[in-house]
Design a protein around this ligand. Structure first.
Ligand SMILES: *[C@@H]1O[C@H](CO)[C@@H](O)[C@H](O)[C@H]1NC(C)=O
Ligand SMILES: *[C@@H]1O[C@H](CO)[C@@H](O)[C@H](O)[C@H]1NC(C)=O
Ligand SMILES: *[C@@H]1O[C@H](CO)[C@@H](O)[C@H](O)[C@H]1NC(C)=O
Length: 429
């Protein structure tokens, strides 16, 4: 009996030691990346803007090292494959942060073309049903084989996360000279396409908020837009954002809590996602585009003064504030996407994608903290082609959500930040 226990203890220790070895191997592979000068030559700004932003934003630069850390039951490989943009000052750009698994990874292609600035993506990669190996193969393929490979290499940083029970046995060691990806076969079809064709799936819950936090935490810039992988930004947004900030320095100087909502749209499945406001306006008028979740959950993505907002879109406005709202009253359930900063609250990691309402807790905290939401015009996000159809949340999941939101998290946040009348944390669809 004792002997058997000892053996199982030995096994556990062995397992742990081998895991530590993996970690060690991983950490010594961390070198100084080949910082290139190219990025600094094509900054997002005109002369002078950079200096004024540096003083204005007054942020601290982040490190860009690879790291392995734990969050709850998840292990995270931060900066697993780093973008080749080189070092970036925290005031210099806006990072598009997102999460996904291998199935949706190719949405990065349209996103990087439009964003043309750093992208931080956390990929859920359990070693089940080819998920892990397809994830690695897809990263390699995108960095070497697709027409947009240079943009992807330059801007996209990949992080991985999985639970210990789903860990891979073997991981590629990402080296400075990119030897790790030299065996890629561009003649084969894309691994993510094969993956989808074969209908691989995992029966794991998708911990979307673990991914969101990983991607945000790794962002090198003070400003970031935490988005979902199927949402494509309009063109030139990062540049326009900084021009707006420079023209309105009080937006940084007063240190008020605020975010900049980038309104979201959907286009029909046979329509190309618009690049700018003029194109979007035409699509809206021709009913080829609609406001995001317009008929399914209008109060999740409410538009202040919608007729006026739509009309102004027709005049092709510069990127600017349309109006400022709080998450109260008719906006109390809103879940818009926005450009925020490193100071914004983290996402509640126990809320999975399967439960829905996965941004609700985060938004609730922002309500307690009295955030101002600038509702912006002159830029947008658009979902990949195809209108949404009904989302019915099973009653059981609704109950789980309610018990987490209302019984566990709300009392914690109310105690910590102070209860505020009107702030709402209920599932509304
Ligand atoms: C910049 O930040 C540092 C520390 O965060 C602070 O000590 C300093 O006063 C700030 N400078 C300005 C101009 O706000
Ligand atoms: C995934 O796990 C299986 C065992 O279940 C193992 O044979 C395989 O090598 C693992 N894949 C990786 C990439 O480690
Ligand atoms: C994958 O699913 C699609 C649609 O559900 C089906 O037509 C196809 O045959 C499936 N492929 C495999 C390899 O099972």
């Amino acid at each position: 009996m004792l002997k058997r226990k000892l053996i199982s203890l030995t096994n556990t220790i062995l397992l742990f030691v081998s895991f530590l070895l993996v970690i060690f191997y991983f950490s010594i592979s961390v070198g100084n990346s080949n910082f290139n000068e190219e990025y600094s030559k094509e900054k997002q700004f005109e002369n002078g803007l950079e200096t004024s932003l540096k003083e204005l934003i007054n942020c601290t630069n982040k490190n860009y090292d690879q790291e392995l850390y734990q969050s709850g039951s998840f292990w995270i490989l931060k900066n697993f494959v780093r973008a080749e943009h080189g070092s970036i000052n925290c005031y210099e750009s806006v990072t598009y942060t997102t999460q996904s698994d291998v199935k949706y990874i190719d949405h990065l292609i349209p996103i990087v073309k439009r964003w043309a600035a750093p992208i931080s993506i956390a990929l859920f990669a359990p070693n089940v049903s080819n998920y892990f190996s397809s994830t690695i193969d897809s990263i390699k393929y995108m960095r070497n084989c697709v027409p947009e490979k240079d943009l992807l290499r330059k801007y996209v940083t990949f992080h991985l996360y999985f639970e210990l029970s789903d860990r891979p046995v073997k991981m590629p060691i990402i080296d400075e000279n990119n030897e790790w990806e030299s065996d890629v076969d561009c003649e084969k079809s894309a691994p993510y396409l094969i993956f989808r064709l074969k209908n691989y799936s995992h029966n794991r819950q998708y911990f979307i908020n673990v991914g969101r936090n990983v991607a945000n935490k790794a962002a090198l810039t003070y400003y970031r837009m935490s988005s979902d992988i199927e949402l494509y930004p309009s063109k030139g947004l990062v540049h326009d954002f900084f021009k707006y900030i420079e023209a309105n320095p009080y937006l940084v100087q007063d240190r008020k809590r605020r975010v900049f909502i980038i309104p979201t749209f959907e286009v029909d499945k046979s329509t190309e996602v618009p690049l700018d406001t003029t194109q979007l306006y035409d699509l809206l008028i021709n009913k080829k585009a609609i406001y995001f979740f317009q008929s399914l959950c209008a109060h999740c993505f409410p538009i202040p003064n919608k007729p006026d907002y739509t009309n102004k879109m027709g005049t092709n406005p510069d990127f600017s504030t349309f109006t400022i709202i709080k998450r109260l009253g008719k906006y109390k359930a809103m879940e818009h996407f926005y450009i925020g900063s490193e100071n914004d609250p983290i996402y509640a990691e126990e809320i999975t994608w399967n439960i829905k309402g996965n941004k609700m807790v985060h938004e609730y905290v922002m309500c307690l903290l009295e955030y101002d939401y600038h509702f912006m015009q002159g830029a947008f996000l658009s979902h990949a082609p195809g209108f949404h159809t009904t989302t019915q949340i099973p009653v059981k999941l609704r109950q789980i959500a309610k018990s987490i939101f209302v019984n566990k998290l709300k009392p914690l946040f109310d105690a910590h930040y102070g209860y505020k009348k009107g702030c709402s944390m209920t599932l509304t669809y």
